[in-house]
Design a protein around this ligand. Sequence first.
Ligand code: F6R
Length: 265
Amino acid sequence: MRVIVESDAAAVSRRAAKFIAALVRRQPTCVLGLATGGTPQGTYQELARLHRDEGLDFSRVVSFNLDEYVGLAPTHPQSYRYFMQESFFRHVNIDARNTHVPDGRALDFEAHAQQYERQIAERGGIDLQLLGIGTDGHIAFNEPGSSLGSRTRLKMLTPETLADNARFFGSIEAVPRLAVTMGVGTILESRQCLLLAVGESKAQAIRDTVEGPVTAQVTASALQLHRDVIMVLDEPAASKLARLGYYREVEKAQAELEAAGRARG
Ligand code: F6R
């Protein structure tokens, strides 16, 4: 795992956008796995800016979102489809037909989940999966206890997640109890994972994810089994890491190597 610590949330967003933009430039037909929530919002803004100011081209990019609340129509302001539309898709030139978000109103969720997995496979798999993390250590809506081999399916949200997400709905009662979500196994098949975390409320989950045992009680810890994970954290989210000094040294060496590479041309 590569652990990058930035000074604040804005720097986390810029760094994350830089990784995504580099992939889009290198591989214009890449498949992006996308996340919603508060954390990636700055990253989407920065990508929109790169599109506007530097012509970053999303016209052939394909996207798959991690999850969607059950029962919400795509036009519901708290649905993840609506969030993606407003925060990202409408600000760049991505083709709407290439964007995928699970359908929170599918009639047969099992069939829908299998079809979602098939669609990902048909597009050649996910090149880069953007992830946030819950205070309970979840990735997507894989709540504690989720199988580390799980695939896209329905999941019931924990009281912690309902409480965390109540800020978007006005009250805890208004938060849907169920979501359709990619599984941990689905996420682990992405070629690269880019996990972002900001704020002190994520510090324990980050410590458990990076330095704790691999356990279904903290589903993000399964990322330890993945060969290409980048974590971009702000200082408060990184504050409980025992080996923080070491991660900083590694990044310093990495930056020196990259600078030497550039100097050699
Ligand atoms: C969202 C998702 C969730 C969030 C997590 C953190 O698509 O899959 O796992 O990434 O709940 O949410 P925020 O960023 O709002 O703290």
